[in-house]
Ligand binder design. Sequence first.
Ligand SMILES: [Zn+2]
Length: 259
Amino acid sequence: MKKRSFIGLILQVLVVVVFIMCLYLFTHDNQVKQVSQSSTSSTSSTSSVVASSKSSSQSSQNQKIDLPDVSSSDWELVLVNRNNIKEEMNPELAEVEGVQVDARIAENVTNFLAAARAIEPNEKLISGYRSVAYQQELYNSYVQQEIANDPSLTQEAAEEKVQTYSQPPGASEHQTGLAIDMSNVNSLNESNAEIVSQIKAIAPEYGFVLRFESDKQDSTGIGYEDWHYRYVGVESAKYMTEHNLSLEEYLNVLKENGK
Ligand SMILES: [Zn+2]
């Protein structure tokens, strides 16, 4: 008699535990669904990162697990843009086919250029390192050109126009020595899209990413450029490509994960 009531008690406890577990799973599942729905409906850059994975909780976990072993303060990941103006950086330089780059990436540039030529033999380096002083000259000359083309433009309007294709001194990534312009033609965005797409696809193997993608203008502040590649290191380049992240977005993910 005693034994039977003891078993009965255990069964009752089990039923209650199973019931609580079902209740928890049901409500938890609904919460995850709500979160992932809200992130897909949002258009901000950070939530599009989240929305690219199946659910928000899963994506942040995945990003933590498979993030490369790098730090947002690594030299390869230095951020220069209009919100991150830098003084002259004076990197140690090396020359690749007449174009100066940071000496630490000269070999990567050489190998990337050779691989690009296997796709399109006319690929060449258009630009590499540019000092802040030279960028100043370049920028001023573009502004003068715009005003010469349209004398009704104010200085401010001319600068605004120039900033769609050239950066003010201190805001150009070319001063890092980690950026190259590489194309088979001399003009921006006039290369064959199929060639660009093939070269872009092999870039991460050499540590490069096509830096200014058309769908990333919100985070980079710069329109599409088919020739501007940025060295970020092989692991980071692969991660950024796989997760469709601009450098700005990638640095945010690293910082969110304490890196
Ligand atoms: Zn460039």
